[in-house]
Design a protein around this ligand. Sequence first.
Ligand SMILES: [Fe+2]
Length: 181
Amino acid sequence: MDYFSIIHKYIPPSSPVYHFYIIHVTLVTAKALAIANRLEFSEEQKRFVEEAGMLHDIGIIRVNAPDINCRGSLAYVMHIKEGKKILEAEGLPEHARVAENHFGVGGITKEEIENADLKLPPENIMCQRIEDKVISYADLFYSKNPNKIFNEIPLDALKLKLDSYGTRQRQIFELWHKEFS
Ligand SMILES: [Fe+2]
C-alpha cells in the first residue's frame, strides 16, 4: 500500500499543513517501529505499524487548528472521527481503526468523553490490538506544536501531562511504558 498517495490525496505537498503532518507522523512511526522491532513483531505487523502510523492523523485536514495551518471547521478532537471516515472510504478499515483509537492513552471511554465535555459522540473507543497500542504510545511522545515538533517529550513532562488525563489513562501508560520501553 502506497500511503504517500493517500496522504497526498488529502494533504497535498503544497498544503500549508503538509510539512507539519509529515514531520509528526514520521517521528511517531519511527518510534513505533523501534518498539515493534524490540517486541519482535512479524514483518506483516511491522508493515501495518508503518502504514497506520503514517496515516493516523490524516483527519487533521478537516479540523480547525490554526497553529498548524489546519483551516477546517471541526473541533481538533474530531480528527479521530474524520481520519476514520477518510481511511474507511479508502478501503482501509484496519488503518481507520487506528486513526480513531490512537487518541488519549489507547483510546478514551464514554465516561471520559462526557466528563471532559469533549466534542465527540459518547462511546468507548479503545485500542485492542498490540499494533494499535504501540502507535498510540509512540504518539504521546510527540506534539504538533510547531516550535517543538521535532522534540520528543521528556518522560517526566509526559507523565505530568498524563496526570491530567485521569487515573485510568495514567495507569495504562505505566503498564505500556514497562512493556514497550
Ligand atoms: Fe499523532
